[in-house]
Design a protein around this ligand. Structure first.
Ligand SMILES: *[C@@H]1O[C@H](CO)[C@@H](O)[C@H](O)[C@H]1NC(C)=O
Ligand SMILES: *[C@@H]1O[C@H](CO)[C@@H](O)[C@H](O)[C@H]1NC(C)=O
Ligand SMILES: *[C@@H]1O[C@H](CO)[C@@H](O)[C@H](O)[C@H]1NC(C)=O
Ligand SMILES: *[C@@H]1O[C@H](CO)[C@@H](O)[C@H](O)[C@H]1NC(C)=O
Length: 261
């Protein structure tokens, strides 16, 4: 109500100014600083919505957990329509791009997908573990992964089906360790990812303590060196799409829950 009154006030000032010819036209703040942050949640002077945008745009980097102040905000974002809509915007654009390509059908065109928060969603886990506010607990998280019941990210499986129809082959590259290969493969199949060219998991002997950006670049390089063309690459982390051999186009899905270098 207060905002509405202020808005009307501003519009009437604009109207008055416009009416009097002697005064130069002035730019007035047409909208007040309200919006997604209206629940009052802020962190260090910015709204949680602005925190999330800065995270997605890779301006805030290397953060370890969601600020406690933004836990509710992030939870509402993730379980509500907003996250679904943001994911749809990304995957729809990826499809428009792929559809417009005139691809040589020689079986060499591939699309790289990350797995967690890209192909599969761990939202059921994060909903029970503080939506990224609690520090990462590998024991707990691996126990969840080992159940093999992560649902598909609905918008990604739509893109997956469309890419297959365009004759593009799918490669999954995940930071999950080789020890989770079986459960990951069956989880993917159970939720509808029925075929792929390669499912690449992290060989921790080959990549001991290696960052995702280095490991994933190295695996993409192997693909390119063996004759594949990475025409698209989709992930929820910047480390999925930065580095080398990133592919002709990259697509960044939203993920305000955690950050992986
Ligand atoms: C698509 O590619 C084929 C073969 O490379 C070429 O003959 C054709 O003109 C291309 N079509 C368009 C619309 O670019
Ligand atoms: C991680 O989770 C396990 C299993 O719930 C628990 O036993 C352990 O104490 C947790 N570790 C930390 C550091 O919180
Ligand atoms: C993992 O990497 C090591 C070292 O490069 C290699 O010897 C081993 O064969 C690899 N394991 C698999 C399953 O590829
Ligand atoms: C992908 O990028 C390479 C290198 O820039 C280029 O030669 C190729 O035409 C591109 N392919 C597509 C499908 O855009």
């Amino acid at each position: 109500m207060k905002a509405l009154v202020a808005f009307l006030l501003v519009t009437s000032i604009v109207a008055t100014t416009h009416g009097s010819e002697e005064k130069p036209y002035q730019i007035h703040p047409l909208r007040l600083k309200t919006g997604s942050g209206k629940d009052g949640a802020t962190v260090q002077g910015i709204t949680c919505a602005s925190w999330r945008l800065a995270v997605e745009a890779h301006n805030i980097i290397e953060w370890s957990t969601v600020p406690a102040e933004c836990g509710n905000y992030v939870g509402n974002y993730m379980v509500g329509q907003h996250y679904r809509q943001d994911s749809k915007a990304v995957n729809r654009e990826a499809y428009f791009y792929a559809r417009a390509l005139n691809l040589t059908q020689d079986g060499k065109n591939i699309w790289v997908f990350d797995i967690d928060e890209t192909s599969l969603s761990n939202l059921p886990y994060y909903a029970e573990n503080g939506f990224g506010v609690e520090p990462y607990n590998s024991t707990k998280f691996n126990a969840w992964v080992d159940k093999g019941i992560a649902p598909a990210l609905p918008e990604t499986i739509k893109l997956y089906d469309k890419l297959l129809n365009l004759g593009i082959k799918i490669v999954f590259i995940t930071g999950r360790p080789l020890s989770q290969e079986k459960v990951t493969a069956s989880n993917l199949k159970n939720v509808g990812y029925h075929t792929w060219l390669k499912l690449i998991l992290k060989n921790t002997t080959e990549y001991p303590g290696t960052t995702a950006v280095v490991y994933k670049s190295a695996e993409r390089k192997k693909l390119v060196k063996s004759g594949y063309r990475i025409i698209g690459n989709t992930g929820d982390q910047w480390s999925d799409i930065l580095g080398t051999y990133t592919g002709n186009r990259t697509f960044k899905l939203p993920d305000p829950l955690y950050y992986i270098s």
